[in-house]
Write a protein that binds this ligand. Structure first.
Ligand code: NAG
Length: 292
C-alpha cells in the first residue's frame, strides 16, 4: 500500500520535475518579470501571452527571470499595427556593465503601409557598431511571427519564421571578442524613439494613435541557464536532455545558407560590413569572417 502510493507519487511527479527542469515553457509568469511601465506591460490568459504598450507618459518592458549562457530562443511577436512611426520595439539579450555583451533585434515602426525596419546588432565586451538592417517579406503587424536567436559558442544566428537573416560568427581567431562568458537576460521594451527611428527621425510619433501595443506569445528556450548562486550553467533542451549538444554546435546547413543569401540579397538595407564611408581605414576584422 505504502509503496504503491509512493510509486504513484513518483510517477505523478516525473512530468512536473521534467517541465521544471526544461526551461522551455509557454508561461510568461514563470519566465519573465514586468519591469517597466506601471501597468503598461501585461501578462494575459493565465500566462499565455504578454502585451507591452506605449503612451505619451511612458513605454514599458519586461525581462527574463533566468540568465542564460548560450541559448536558442524563439518568441512570437505581433508588432504595433497602424501608424507606428516613431516607436521602437526592442527584443534582445544582454549582460550587465560597461563591457557587456548584447544581441539585438529592434523593430522600427513606420507610417501605415510603410515597411518596418528590423535592426540587428551584436555587442561584445561593450563594443557594438555592427548593425545590419532588413525589411521583412510580410506585414509584421498583421499576425504573430517567430523571431529567433541562436547563440552558441561558435556563432549567433538571427532568424525570422525559421529563415536565417544574419549570422555573426565567432571571430576570436582574428582578435574579435565573442560573447561567451557573461550570462545574459532576455529583455524587451516598447518605447518612443521618434528622434531617430522612422526615416531617420523625420516622422514623429502621432500620440493621437496611442496607446501603441505589441504582443508576445509562445516563448520557447533551449538554453544553458546560469545560476547566480554557484556560477554554473545547467544546459537542457525542450524535448530530450540527450540532444543537449545539438544546438550548442548548430550551424547553417547548405539550404539555410542559401536562404540567408536570399534574404540578404532581397531584404537587407544596411550592412556595416559594406559601409566603406564609415570605415575608411578598412572594415572591422570580423567582416572577413562573416562574408554572408
Ligand atoms: C518607412 O518607410 C519609408 C518609405 O517607404 C522607408 O524609406 C523607411 O525605410 C521605412 N522604415 C523606417 C523605419 O523608416
Amino acid at each position: 500500500m505504502a509503496s504503491n502510493n509512493y510509486s504513484l507519487i513518483i510517477a505523478s511527479l516525473i512530468p512536473i520535475l521534467m517541465t521544471s527542469f526544461v526551461s522551455a515553457s509557454n508561461n510568461f509568469y514563470q519566465d519573465f518579470d514586468l519591469t517597466w511601465g506601471e501597468g503598461r506591460s501585461k501578462i494575459l490568459n493565465n500566462g499565455d501571452s504578454l502585451t507591452l504598450s506605449l503612451d505619451k507618459a511612458s513605454g514599458s518592458g519586461f525581462q527574463s527571470k533566468n540568465q542564460y549562457l548560450f541559448a536558442k530562443i524563439d518568441m512570437q511577436i505581433k508588432l504595433v499595427p497602424g501608424n507606428s512611426a516613431g516607436t521602437v520595439t526592442a527584443y534582445y539579450l544582454s549582460s550587465q556593465g560597461v563591457t557587456h555583451d548584447e544581441i539585438d533585434f529592434e523593430f522600427l515602426g513606420n507610417l501605415s503601409g510603410d515597411p518596418y525596419i528590423v535592426h540587428t546588432n551584436v555587442f561584445s565586451q561593450g563594443k557594438g557598431n555592427r548593425e545590419q538592417q532588413f525589411y521583412l517579406w510580410f506585414d509584421p503587424t498583421a499576425d504573430f511571427h517567430t523571431y529567433s536567436i541562436l547563440w552558441n559558442p561558435h556563432r549567433i544566428i538571427f532568424s525570422v519564421d525559421g529563415t536565417p537573416i544574419r549570422e555573426f560568427k565567432n571571430a576570436e581567431s582574428v582578435g574579435v571578442p565573442f560573447p561567451k562568458s557573461q550570462p545574459m537576460r532576455i529583455y524587451s521594451s516598447l518605447w518612443n524613439a521618434d528622434d531617430w527611428a522612422t526615416r531617420g527621425g523625420l516622422i514623429k510619433t502621432d500620440w493621437a494613435q496611442a496607446p501603441f501595443t505589441a504582443s508576445y506569445r509562445n516563448f520557447e528556450a533551449v538554453a544553458c541557464v546560469w545560476s547566480p548562486f554557484d556560477g554554473f550553467s545547467t544546459c537542457n533542451t525542450k524535448s530530450s536532455p540527450n540532444s543537449v549538444d545539438a544546438w550548442l554546435n548548430e550551424e547553417l546547413d547548405s539550404t539555410n545558407q542559401e536562404r540567408l543569401k536570399w534574404v540578404q540579397h532581397h531584404y537587407m538595407i544596411y550592412n556595416y560590413c559594406t559601409d566603406a564611408k564609415r570605415f575608411p581605414l578598412g572594415f572591422p576584422p570580423e567582416c572577413a569572417v562573416n562574408t554572408t
